[in-house]
Structure formats: structure tokens, C-alpha cells
Design a protein around this ligand. Structure first.
Ligand code: PLP
Length: 461
């Protein structure tokens, strides 16, 4: 994975369109991206610069066709390569809002949630609780109760959760999966690597036997199977093949102990293209590899095929979305660098400052202009580290130009904040020349709606 800046960005927007690739996770731009007669970028038949005028700046823009294509490729990948039952669930931490949850459910996907808030949103979107899986390494008693009440599957992460569930559920028999830290290393950023043994998530493998005995003695909980998520933005396929073998061995052990374990969840993690150096496998390749690895391991272990589940987030929505900004001020530091600033930054995209994540950008209202300078794209926050892109090769820009940062559909809006009391941008879903608001732009009023001014601090105005 490329997480540190290794090479400058190649020239202009047009070249990103030359890559015709049917797998959304391998394409830097949404699949519907084109250039119109005004030399502007269009997504989903909508001119991005016009969208900024209509809906304000900055703006998250999601392409419906690309999201649906990614959902279908995942579903078909499993259906074509796995003889048993399967389910793809969307890891909604990548982007959780009513419209996206409803859209993926319409495509036949379930939804993975990691908090009461994500669960609430997903239920409000009308998603069938039978297809919802509840994750998290420290679910509160209240969250566990909400999960039991709605009837979703709970992915237990630790002993406290198991004990609390047994206490809360003497009559309801909730479905419970077990999250295990499988000890599988993969090459990705430390913060998004979760399957190695020193991780805050899941049970240690040497506890599996004891946990299975707990399920044997706790009929109030319906143990459905095992889950593991080894990390994110993974380009290698071997770690998931290894994972399949490990999970199947545990499944076999559970069955030997008489437990009705019947599901196996290999997590998410398939990488996407943030830069032209990123070369992830396609969704079809990944699903085929995983499905075949599980089938082979089950044949070897001589156990029936479990329901195969995966839970991708980034590879379903990452490259299907862009963020459009308006360019503002410019500062030249002689013999050092030129900064151009945009009207957002670390509050709408926390990944560069959190993970040193690298992005690519271009000027969406002059797609054919030749690149003429290398600049640093800074945000507008009172923080020196608030830099979206260290080295961007762009044509000469003016204040008011539209700068598009690609591959921001996943973990952009969902990690957004109000730092410096910036308003979180609106998000639109584009399709066939139409843009629908999925999330409204925040207002100043929204910023203070939960504030209280104690009486003794109030001054006559
Ligand atoms: C448990 C779990 N499942 C799935 C995902 C989705 O991962 P990705 O977006 O890399 O596919 C994550 C991401 O953190 C996760 O923690």
C-alpha cells in the first residue's frame, strides 16, 4: 500500500479517464466520469462545477452507478464461485447514512454496523435486521440491548460482551458470532491492521476453546460462527486465503463440540486505487479467491460449507465518490513550495492527517489544461498539518476554480468533524444527470443546537 508520498502526481484530469476498468475499486474516478464540452468533469451525467454552484462548496459527490456495480460484482463473485449460501454485508463505517444503507440493501447486501448510531441509521433506512451484523470492541450494555431488541446478529468481541449478552438474553436467544484475532499479518498501515495478535479487537486464538465451551454451557446464545477482519487497504490475496483455512479449522472444532456453527465471515479489507501506483485485485478476483479458499478448506476439513460472508467497506464506496472544493488563497514560500488552499480540509477528510494517506486531485473546470506547477494542497484549518495533498501537479489555478480530490467516498464523510466549527459539507448522489441530496450541508444553527449557555454566563445582548 502506498501511504507515504513516493512520487509526484502526473499531469491533468484527462488521463485518469483513460483507464477503462470495470472494477470500481481499480478506477481512480467513478465509472461514469466524462469530460463535457465546457472541458468540465461530469460524474453521473452532472457537471461537477455546476453541482458546486447548486449545492455549495465543498461537496461530497457519490456515483450511484459505481456503487451498484461494486455491489453486484461482490454478489456475483460469491454466487459464481461458491457452492454454498453467501451474503455480502456492507461495512457501513466507510459511509453510513440513510440513502447509502437503503441503496446497498436494494442491491441485496446486508449491513455491518459498529455502534448504536450506525445501527439506528441502518434500521431507519429500512434494512432487514436479519442482514445486520453488529461489531465493536466495547459495545455498551445499552447497545447490546438494542441489538437484541432488533434481532440482528451480534459479533462478540470479548468476555464482557458474552457475559452481558447471556445476562440480557435468557429468553430471546440472540445470534452471536465470535470475532477472533487470527494472527495473520498483512502489509498495510499500522492503524488499519487488525488481524495481528497485538490488536484491540477480538478474542485471542488461544481462547477459542474456552469460548466454545462457554457457548456449550450457555444455550441462551445461538452461536452462529466465526468472524475475523485482518485489516484494510490490502492488495495481497494470500492473507485472506490463509484466513479461510484458519476460520474453517475453528468451525470444524465448534462442530465437533456439538455447536450449530454455520457462518463464516472473512471481514473486509480489499484495497482501492488512491493513486496510479495502487494496484489492488479486482472485486471479481478477490471474491473468487476467497470463495475457492473456503471451499477447498472445507473439503479438506470434511465439513459442510458454511454460509460465506464478507464485509467490504472501502471497496464498495471509496472510488465511487469524490470531494469537490473551491480553490482560495495561495502562498509561495520562496525556494520551498507553493501552497494553494481549499475551503475544507482535515474536517471533511481526516485520512491524510491521521494515516498520512495520499490522494490525487485535478482541476475539474479545466480538464484539458496542461500541468504547469507542483503545489501543496492545504485545508483551511488552524493546523499546520492540515494538508490534503503534499505534491499535486496542476495547471495554473485561480481562486474560484474547482479542485476535485478522488477516491474519497469511503472514510471521508464518516470520519468528518466540525473542527474549527467548519460546517460538514453536503453529500449528493448522482445518477443519469440528476443529483439528489443524501446529507444536507450543516448550518451555523446546527453547530450550536446542542450547546447550552448557563444563565450566569448570559450577558444582555
Ligand atoms: C470489522 C470490520 N469489518 C469490515 C471493515 C471494512 O474494511 P474495508 O473498508 O477495508 O473493507 C472494517 C474496517 O475497519 C472492520 O473493522
Amino acid at each position: 500500500m502506498v501511504l507515504t508520498e513516493t512520487s509526484p502526481q502526473p499531469p491533468m484530469g484527462q488521463q485518469f479517464l483513460k483507464e477503462v476498468n470495470p472494477s470500481p475499486n481499480q478506477s481512480l474516478l467513478p465509472l461514469t466520469a466524462t469530460i463535457n464540452q465546457q472541458d468540465h468533469l461530469e460524474i453521473g451525467g452532472c457537471d461537477v462545477t455546476t453541482l458546486l454552484q447548486q449545492f455549495g462548496s465543498p461537496l461530497y459527490i457519490m456515483d450511484e452507478h459505481s456503487i451498484r456495480t461494486a455491489c453486484r460484482q461482490y454478489r456475483e463473485g460469491f454466487a459464481n464461485n461458491y457452492s454454498g449460501d453467501s451474503l455480502v454485508i456492507y461495512a457501513s463505517k466507510a459511509l453510513n447514512c440513510l440513502a447509502i444503507c437503503a441503496l446497498v440493501a436494494q442491491e441485496g447486501l446486508g449491513v455491518d454496523v459498529a455502534s448504536g448510531g450506525e445501527l439506528y441509521t441502518t434500521l431507519q433506512a429500512g434494512v432487514d435486521p436479519e442482514t445486520i451484523y453488529f461489531h465493536g470492541n466495547n459495545k455498551s450494555r445499552g447497545e447490546l440491548q438494542e441489538a437484541i431488541d432488533c434481532g440482528c446478529t451480534i459479533v462478540a468481541d470479548n468476555w464482557l460482551e458474552l457475559e452481558t449478552l447471556a445476562e440480557l438474553a435468557p429468553h430471546s436467544t440472540p445470534q452471536v458470532m465470535l470475532r477472533i484475532t487470527p494472527g495473520i499479518e498483512c502489509h498495510t498501515h499500522e492503524y488499519i491492521r487488525t488481524g495481528h495478535l497485538d490488536s484491540k479487537f477480538g478474542f485471542d486464538p488461544n481462547q477459542v476453546e474456552t469460548v466454545l465451551q462457554f457457548f456449550q454451557n450457555t444455550p441462551a446464545l445461538d452461536f452462529v460462527g466465526f468472524h475475523a477482519h485482518i485489516g484494510s487497504q490490502i492488495f495481497e490475496q494470500q492473507p485472506h486465503q490463509d484466513l479461510a483455512g484458519v476460520l474453517v479449522d475453528w468451525l470444524k472444532r465448534a462442530r465437533e463440540l456439538g455447536l450449530a456453527a454455520r457462518e463464516l465471515n472473512v471481514g473486509g479489507g480489499l484495497g482501492i486505487r488512491y493513486t496510479e501506483q495502487d494496484d489492488p485485485p479486482s472485486i471479481s478476483e478477490w471474491t473468487a479467491t476467497v470463495a475457492q479458499a473456503v471451499e477447498t478448506a472445507c473439503q479438506k476439513a470434511e465439513i459442510p460449507l458454511p454460509k460465506l460472508i464478507c464485509e467490504p467497506g472501502r471497496s464498495l464506496v471509496g472510488t465511487t465518490g469524490i470531494t469537490a472544493y473551491t480553490i482560495g488563497s495561495r502562498k509561495q514560500v520562496p525556494e520551498t513550495r507553493t501552497y494553494i488552499a481549499v475551503d475544507g480540509g482535515m474536517s471533511d477528510n481526516a485520512r491524510p492527517i491521521t494515516y498520512e494517506a495520499v490522494y490525487r486531485c485535478f482541476v475539474a473546470n479545466q480538464m484539458s489544461q496542461t500541468a504547469s506547477e507542483t503545489v501543496t494542497v492545504a485545508g483551511k484549518h488552524c493546523e499546520s498539518g492540515d494538508v490534503l495533498i503534499q505534491q499535486a501537479t496542476l495547471p495554473a489555478t485561480q481562486p474560484g476554480d474547482t479542485l476535485v480530490v478522488m477516491s474519497t467516498g469511503g472514510y471521508g464523510y464518516s470520519m468528518a468533524s466540525n473542527y474549527n466549527r467548519l460546517l460538514r459539507p453536503a453529500m449528493v448522489l448522482v445518477h443519469d444527470g440528476k443529483a439528489d441530496v443524501m446529507v444536507n450541508r450543516e448550518s451555523y444553527q446546527n453547530l450550536i443546537q446542542n450547546d447550552h449557555l448557563p444563565e450566569r454566563l448570559q450577558r444582555d445582548r
